[in-house]
Design a protein around this ligand. Structure first.
Ligand SMILES: N=c1c2ncn([C@@H]3O[C@H](COP(=O)(O)OP(=O)(O)OP(=O)(O)O)[C@@H](O)[C@H]3O)c2ncn1[C@@H]1O[C@H](COP(=O)(O)O)[C@@H](O)[C@H]1O
Length: 105
């Protein structure tokens, strides 16, 4: 099982845990608005790290962003596999675009 899928499973289990002992449960108790706000903050911190931080800081912020995004998707009842399917679909679309543009030239 890959890392993100393992994390998704853990988050799914922790959503309804005791907020006193679980950060995921605490976030979830705040509602989708609170989780979305955290995703926004982590995205901003990722951008700042990319522009003026070290590689290590960028890795840390990217991990925070992926973690909070996964919490948001779980709270909305959306599986990561739905996002992967969408990315696969786009890869197929751009692959077709490339073939079409090669034909045109
Ligand atoms: N991957 C993570 C993870 N990444 C980041 N964080 C938490 O996310 C928060 C990061 O928020 P910030 O950097 O904004 O720190 P902060 O400003 O102090 O946070 P807030 O006061 O805004 O909540 C920290 O509290 C981290 O502990 C995480 N908390 C949990 N996990 C995973 O989720 C699993 C379940 O965690 P629990 O729900 O706590 O059991 C754990 O086993 C981990 O695998």
């Amino acid at each position: 099982m890959d890392t993100l899928t393992r994390l998704e499973n853990t988050i799914g289990e922790r959503l309804s845990a005791d907020p006193d002992t679980s950060y995921v449960a605490r976030l979830n108790a705040g509602g989708v608005g609170k989780i979305a706000q955290k995703v926004g903050e982590e995205a901003t911190e990722t951008v700042i790290a990319a522009l003026s931080g070290s590689d290590e800081e960028l890795v840390g912020e990217a991990a925070d962003l992926l973690f909070h995004l996964t919490v948001l998707l779980q709270a909305k009842g959306i599986a990561l596999s739905a996002v992967m399917t969408e990315l696969d679909r786009r890869e197929g679309v751009s692959g077709l675009d490339e073939k079409a543009s090669r034909k045109d030239t």
